[in-house]
Ligand binder design. Structure first.
Ligand code: UD1
Ligand code: MN
Length: 454
């Protein structure tokens, strides 16, 4: 019984396998390759395999050609994008360059005859207070092109400057990198930044825009109505006298009570570099530029190596005043001295005055005579107004301490820079007190400044 079953099962299995195979090979479509009908099935299979292989190969060729074509298109597209990008970049650079050239051309338009007014700005929008006054008093935009040089890239300040349109030129100091500062001087970083800015902007003004003379103004200065007339009138003297190296609008002792209020026309020579609104020539800049310091430029410029015995012209009554209580230096100095400086408000026609009395040969003879022929008085006598003579008087000093004590009592600035007292000329500090000219003066045989006095 079991044997019969097994045989039956084998027969049934074989039959079903044969039927399945038949239907697979004899399917409704395709070549009729019948296992059952064809005896040389192997051969046919080989042919079939060959055909399939060939077709696959042909497909592969097509596929790889297609792939290459796509790759090429992608590469071409990428290159086109790159080319376009590069073109835009070149155009941008060119645009900037030609805009820059146009700007330089515009700024330099009258550089032969003009005096550039270089205004230093950083991050104080109050620069507009200064600019408004400069524009109000400027006699001619051609004669006095105003260049506002901005450090710090402060956007609000930049916008405030831009608002003046083509009345002024706006340039920006590009180097905003961190400055290497000795650890001990970290808190004086501002002075390093100012010196860097000054160096850059003055190089631009003299060497890029080609001006011969420049008036340097800081953004926290008020100016007098005759500021431009003052510089215009004194320029010939500055150029004529090699013992002069600047004209300044500032009187360090210019507060009411120390100035001759009825003498706005009066000018002096001083060995103390005052800054704060001053005129510089290209020749002097050529000398200073190569050794320009990294910081504290104003004290550096006062050193004997830079000053080389030269003097500045300064007014009896200041043509500038600072309103910059908040700035790089502390507000204390401002509160104690700076805010009291009296700003001149009368217009003096300096270009029509004979200013040759300021030339060294004329000035020194007169000055020395006036100082050392004046009556010697004490501070107490001066203060008490008990002096009988009408002319100028002199209070002598022989030591640094005597100088400082007397200066303090009189309300004069009592500090020295490279041994020179503020407003000093040949060691003498000249001022006006109780209605008379007063000289705080060393001995007549004075031999020069002592740089250890500080
Ligand atoms: C003081 C002097 C100033 C001198 C400076 C440098 C007085 C009243 N002022 O500056 O004449 O130039 O020391 O020794 O004696 N600025 C920049 N970049 C900065 C910061 C400031 O360019 O990072 C500009 C300001 O815009 C301004 C000038 O530098 O025009 C002076 O700055 P300020 O903050 O006013 O410092 P002061 O203490 O007055
Ligand atoms: Mn200032």
């Amino acid at each position: 019984m079991r044997k019969h079953h097994l045989t039956g099962l084998i027969v049934v299995s074989f039959l079903s396998w044969a039927i399945v195979i038949y239907f697979i090979l004899e399917g409704p479509h395709g070549n009729r390759i019948s296992l059952l009908k064809s005896p040389d099935i192997d051969e046919k299979l080989v042919v079939l395999e060959e055909k399939i292989k060939e077709e696959l190969k042909a497909n592969e060729v097509v596929r790889s050609k297609l792939h290459q074509a796509i790759e090429l298109r992608i590469k071409e597209k990428e290159k086109a994008i790159e080319d376009e990008k590069r073109k835009i970049q070149i155009e941008e650079v060119y645009k900037v360059e030609s805009a820059e050239k146009e700007k330089i051309k515009a700024i330099s338009a009258h550089s032969d005859s003009a005096i550039a007014v270089l205004v230093f700005a950083c991050n104080r929008v109050t620069v507009v207070r200064c600019l408004d006054q400069l524009l109000k008093y400027r006699p001619s935009p051609e004669k006095f092109p105003i260049i506002v040089s901005q450090d710090c890239q402060h956007e609000a300040t930049a916008n405030a400057i831009r608002a003046y349109g083509d009345q002024i030129f706006h340039i920006q100091q590009p180097d905003q990198s961190e400055i290497q500062i000795p650890p001990k001087e970290k808190k004086f970083k501002g002075y390093f930044k100012i010196a860097r800015h000054y160096g850059w902007a003055l190089n631009q003004t003299f060497f890029n825009f080609n001006f011969n003379n420049v008036i340097i103004i800081e953004d926290d200065l008020d100016v007098s109505p005759d500021l431009f007339e003052y510089f215009l009138g004194t320029l010939p003297i500055l150029l004529a006298d090699p013992t002069l190296w600047c004209v300044s609008a500032w009187n360090d002792n210019g507060k009411l009570g120390l100035i001759q209020q009825d003498a706005p026309h009066l000018l002096h020579r001083t060995d103390f570099f005052p800054g704060l609104g001053w005129m510089l020539t290209k020749n002097t800049w050529l000398e200073l530029a190569p050794k320009w310091p990294r910081s504290y430029w104003d004290d550096w410029i006062r050193q004997p190596e830079q000053r080389r015995g030269r003097a500045c012209i300064r007014p009896e009554i200041s043509r500038t005043r600072t309103f910059g209580k908040i700035g790089v230096s502390n507000g204390l100095f401002y509160e104690k001295y700076l805010k009291y400086i009296h700003l001149n408000d009368k217009f003096v026609p300096f270009t029509q005055l004979n200013l040759t009395y300021l030339l060294q040969d004329n000035y020194d003879v007169q000055f020395v005579k006036s100082v050392y022929e004046s009556m010697v008085v004490t501070y107490q006598e001066l203060k008490a107004n008990s002096i009988v003579t009408d002319g100028p008087v002199r209070i002598p000093y022989y030591t640094k301490d005597k100088y400082k004590r007397t200066a303090k009592m009189l309300g004069l600035m009592d500090d020295f820079r490279s041994g020179v007292p503020r407003t000093g000329y040949r060691g003498v500090v000249s001022f006006f007190y109780n209605n008379r000219r007063v000289y705080l003066a060393p001995n007549a045989n004075w031999k020069g400044y002592d740089i250890t006095w500080s």
